[in-house]
Design a protein around this ligand. Sequence first.
Ligand code: ZN
Length: 457
Amino acid sequence: MTTLIKNGTIVTATDRYPGDVLVDGEKIAMIGTSLEMFVDRTIDATGKLVLPGGIDVHTHLDMPFGGTTSADDFASGTIAAAHGGTTTIVDFAIQYRGQTLHHAWETWMKKAEGKAAIDYGFHMIITELNDQVECEMDALVRQGVTSFKLFMAYPGVFMLDDASIFKALLRTGKNGGTICMHAENGGVIDVLVKKALAEGKTAPRYHALTRPARAEGEATHRAIALAEIAGVPIYIVHLSAAEALEMVTEARDRGLPAYAETCPQYLFLSYENYLEPGFEGAKYVMSPPLRPKETQDRLWRGLAFNDLQAISTDHCPFCMKEQKVLGTDDFSKIPNGAPGIETRMSLVYDGGVRSGRISLNRFVELTSTSPAKIFGLFPRKGTIAPGSDADIVVFNPNRTMVLSARTHHMKVDYNPYEGRTVTGVSETVLSRGNVIIDNGSFVGRAGAGSFLARASR
Ligand SMILES: [Zn+2]
């Protein structure tokens, strides 16, 4: 099967030029101008951008949390991702206490197999560390699960103590893995949550008020310090607070390999969303919580100046009906998470590139190239070059779309950006050479996605 994408503007993290892309089988075979050849299919990209497929390195599909399960499974979640121009995800497998990492990996492989419509990899969440688990970390790195997520929050469920975190960091110095950190001070938050509930403060906004920005700043500082002592890189997930960004910036200014991602919700939503009437604020209950509006400018600056290296979604959808309502009388029982796997590329293009906050090349870098490099997928993924996988988005920079639960493909009954108009739409999407979104319609197949064994550092 050969496909020729003609007359588009090819954009990578470094270049932008008019050209044609020849796809042969699963790979990009050739790039040139005015290519004329017999192919099975020609896609006219006149007036469109030809981008490397989006890479979302933070998703939670089919994930049990707080007595329920995130609303998208690997079929609906990856189809929604494809609609939004994302062709690779890295999801999180969870080791529950008393279980092996291998068991967790097998469990999540089964969840994805036969369902994922795009390629996928896994990070491994470690909730209990002992000698055997440390050995298993090495084995997983060899099998292509080369990153591990640790929690400094959720005591009693996910949280690890500093000694365990430090041991895991040291281990990655030997096995070439990368530690990803959920950086919030869980002990402090727990005390604040109990105190609020005792005072009868049960509304959704208390979720945010009991998770102060400084608790994220403190944990981010500690995570980076532990990594510095261990002599290894660290990646901070879903950075939301200016207080945390300052810690990353300070570390990077000292030359430390500290990396961090932020998410669209922290760039486009704010604490004010918790004040929406009734129980509506529950839509935005996620951890870390939404921050004051002023934080948005700080995060955009961090993205522009490379103190933040990636934009992922932390897609973790729970329906208002039957799921978020578990916390009607108690904000601490509202399942934490919000949808976003489908809307990332359009939101960041519209709010980032069109508004002049980041360049077009930086947009590609933040949504595809840089996460590919950090997580061992480059150059197979994350760029448009001969030999790379033909994961390609034909993106219409002038078309507008209204984001809404009525039209989105995520299996969740609300959209946090309901009614927002964005300019810039993924129209046609190829995954390893196959057209999976054809002018806005899904024509791929659940189960066509493959597990990606990622490289170690
Ligand atoms: Zn997450």
